[in-house]
Write a protein that binds this ligand. Structure first.
Ligand SMILES: NC(=O)c1ccc[n+]([C@@H]2O[C@H](COP(=O)([O-])OP(=O)(O)OC[C@H]3O[C@@H](n4cnc5c(N)ncnc54)[C@H](O)[C@@H]3O)[C@@H](O)[C@H]2O)c1
Length: 303
């Protein structure tokens, strides 16, 4: 991996500006493209404000070059990452246009949340350099980046991408098969399915589900993964627990009717002041602030 790479970021929204910030802080030259002038105009100010808030080098914002022209943003890039809207057609079209503008060895990555990388990249001429890099929000506070290979992705492209992200202070994780939800969202939503089922079945209310997680195994999760935990307690005990508990756990291969009903009733969470629970504007602001404070502390503890 080049010590100083040229990075192109496509999309200057919530994720794109944060990804650009991480690469700029790592010393790379970053160009960022967005067809919406308002997103592009505020990108440097937004990054500088984040850097100031985190106590990072504010000058890094100057290494981010906003571009109104896609060709200018990806010219001579070693690595291009796309953080455009979660829409298959937009992403496919963007990569087809980008492929015609970059070198044959430029690595092309999508930050899609759930769209299979195979579907996005299937029409490219050189598919061995195409992959997924799935960041978590906010990109400059959550360490993980899942690096997803398709059946066509070369080992060299995966290794280079893993090295690039590790050197920028991220924790890259290799996802060997392009499955829906990759690793993190499969695990997260397996838990959410059971959380919703507990409420649906009247076993407890939504607040209690969250309390049980936050006050019990949630406390350990940042330092003790489930498979470390299984080894810690013993695989024999894990097997005994699974024989009793797994038949009772929800395994519905579709969204919960309880969730469908919330959405149909317009109970959309923060944006409508009610979802599983009721949310005043003050409660929403307090929860957001609590999450950011927690992530900042975890980041400070990491270094
Ligand atoms: N928000 C999250 O928590 C999160 C986490 C992980 C992954 N993602 C994924 O990252 C991607 C971006 O999400 P976001 O939350 O930053 O969205 P966003 O709406 O904040 O930003 C998207 C940006 O893309 C721009 N855009 C529109 N058309 C474009 C085009 N043709 N080319 C380039 N840019 C274009 C928009 O103007 C906007 O600035 C999505 O695929 C999303 O699923 C989001």
């Amino acid at each position: 991996m080049a010590a100083k790479a040229r990075i192109g970021v496509l999309g200057a929204g919530l994720m794109g500006h944060g990804i650009a910030q991480v690469f700029a802080l790592a010393g790379h030259a970053v160009s960022i493209y967005d067809p919406v002038a308002a997103s592009l105009e505020q990108v440097r100010t937004r990054i500088a404000a984040n850097l100031r808030d985190l106590g990072d080098d504010e000058a890094a914002a100057q290494r981010v070059q906003p571009c109104t022209d896609l060709a200018e943003a990806v010219r001579d890039a070693d690595f291009v990452v796309e953080a455009a809207p979660e829409n298959l057609e937009i992403k496919r079209k963007l990569f087809q246009e980008t492929e015609a503008l970059v070198r044959p060895d430029t690595i092309l990555a999508s930050n899609t949340s759930v769209i299979p990388i195979t579907a996005i990249m299937q029409d490219l001429h050189e598919r061995s350099r195409a992959l997924g890099t799935h960041w978590w929000n906010p990109p400059f506070l959550v360490p993980l980046v899942e690096v997803i290979g398709t059946q066509w992705t070369s080992r060299a492209a995966i290794d280079w991408t893993m090295g690039l992200h590790a050197a920028a202070g991220k924790k890259p994780a290799h996802v060997k098969k392009d499955v829906p939800g990759f690793i993190g969202n499969r695990l997260q939503h397996a838990l959410w399915r059971e959380a919703i089922a507990l409420v649906e079945e009247g076993i407890c209310d939504a607040e209690t589900v969250d309390t049980v997680i936050k006050a019990a195994f949630g406390r350990r999760l940042a330092v003790l993964g489930p498979l470390e935990n299984a080894d810690l307690v013993g695989t024999d005990l894990t097997l005994a627990i699974h024989k009793t508990v797994l038949p009772a756990i929800n395994s519905r291969p579709a969204p919960s009717p309880y969730l469908e009903r919330l959405v149909a009733d317009g109970k959309l969470g923060f944006k409508s002041s009610e979802g599983f629970r009721k949310w005043t504007p003050e409660a929403q602001a307090a929860l957001r602030a609590k999450v950011v404070a927690h992530l900042k502390k975890a980041r400070a503890d990491d270094v």
